[in-house]
Design a protein around this ligand. Sequence first.
Ligand SMILES: [Zn+2]
Ligand SMILES: [Zn+2]
Length: 224
Amino acid sequence: MARLIVQCLVSPPLATNAYVVADPVQKRAVIVDPSFVGAELLARVRSQSFMLDAVVLTHGHIDHTHDAGALARETGVAILAHRADETLLADRVRSGADWLELSFESCKISRYLEDGTDLEVGDARLRVLHTPGHSPGSICLLGEDECLTGDLLFRDGVGRWDLPGGDPAALQKSLRRLAGACPTDATILPGHGKSTTLVRERRSNPYLLDWLTDPVSSEGEIMR
Ligand SMILES: [Zn+2]
Ligand SMILES: [Zn+2]
């Protein structure tokens, strides 16, 4: 399969990672989580003569989604996200805009991403994993050599689960699922902070050390 390239811009005000993911041979690209740097991402897409195919949202929090609507309006591309975060995208409270004191821009999902959907980027594919917990509609995008994890998994941390729609048991389950699905040497590209790998996180991330080795969850369910 074709190799993807991933370019990251760190967006103010919350240091959110915004990505251009592209097949450089076919010159097709998607923007993942435009955050507040939609214009800069689009300039980058255009300067490399990539054709923009979609704006993809890992989840519905405003620090990831802010410029999605403006980008879609300007370019005519679809906004792709999981249906379960649709209410976040339309609500200044559930999107976190009020709490984070950020300006709110609502946007509409043009096409729902389901668990198991293969998203085409040129000749490459990103597999959608529905990984709720940080928010109900959080997804990861799994490529051959890379995995965009949104706010599910960070270097040395995991997404918070105490925001509206957050669910610690679901988060734990999603992390176990990701650990099973993602190649151990794939580059983890999180929604905030530096990139990492599953090998590193399994070794040093306190949450994964605790949750991936604990055979019994807090609900008493056997997790292995
Ligand atoms: Zn978030
Ligand atoms: Zn975030």
